[in-house]
Design a protein around this ligand. Structure first.
Ligand SMILES: Cc1cc2nc3c(=O)[nH]c(=O)nc-3n(C[C@H](O)[C@H](O)[C@H](O)COP(=O)(O)O)c2cc1C
Length: 220
């Protein structure tokens, strides 16, 4: 292949993981087509979640005036108004297990689960949820996997992303009507990069991996 020609092949998952960067600046003149945005949101919903309860909720902010309001809640980060789309990623705490039955019905209908297994899963999920002490943490665990899935799906389809935790959650709640049983987990800006950012580096496996027991050095 001619190395000067762009590679028409979609990246593999590993290539998308390697290429993704937290985009520092977006091109405000380049919108994100709605079908592509919808495809990314749908991909995010394929993330794994505790008991398949899918606690993520995506509040999609596209209107310029609303992105200006969101920027004011997000330490005035310019990305929020540059990017054509900013997703407020919410984790729903499921206080009443309202989604357990529809989820089980879906699994039975799709053939992923028999009625008997659904009954077992109902018992397990109900008791597991009853034991959850920190529901916001419970929701955040699964929701951040959906956030990561969204960013990797974006990268694989040529869309730049930027995760943000620099925001005032109470201000976001107030401005966008988010109820208390939803955690504001992060913001994700989506669009097209105006500026590339070099790979900022990662600690090696010798720093972040252990073998068999905490603190025991990892060996390949
Ligand atoms: C939970 C989380 C919150 C972040 N919050 C911000 C933020 O508020 N503003 C920002 O510019 N970058 C933010 N970042 C981006 C990180 O700085 C970036 O991911 C990190 O420097 C590594 O760079 P890379 O993602 O390009 O590899 C956040 C990333 C994560 C995962």
């Amino acid at each position: 292949m001619n190395p000067t020609e762009p590679d028409p092949r979609p990246p593999t998952v590993e290539e998308a993981v390697r290429r993704r960067r937290a985009t520092p600046a977006f091109d405000p003149a380049r919108p994100l087509p709605s079908p592509l945005l919808e495809r990314l949101l749908a991909a995010a919903t394929l993330a794994p979640s505790s008991a398949n309860l899918q606690p993520w909720r995506f509040l999609v902010v596209r209107e310029a005036a609303n992105r200006r309001r969101l920027r004011a809640c997000a330490r005035n980060q310019p990305k929020v108004t540059q990017a054509p789309v900013v997703v407020i990623v919410l984790g729903y705490h499921h206080p009443d297990r309202t989604h357990l039955e529809p989820m089980l019905a879906m699994q039975v209908a799709s053939g992923a689960c028999t009625l008997e297994r659904a009954a077992e899963a109902r018992g397990r999920a109900a008791s597991a949820l009853r034991d959850v002490r920190d529901r916001a943490l419970w929701a955040t665990r699964s929701t951040m996997l959906a956030a990561a899935t969204l960013m990797l799906a974006a990268e694989s389809l040529g869309v730049a992303s930027a995760p943000m935790e620099g925001f005032d959650a109470e201000a976001v709640r107030r401005e966008f009507g988010v109820p208390d049983d939803h955690s504001v987990c992060c913001l994700i800006a989506l669009g097209y990069a105006a500026e590339e950012r070099p790979f900022p580096g990662r600690f090696g496996l010798d720093e972040v991996c252990y073998a068999e027991h905490f603190g025991r050095p990892w060996e390949p």
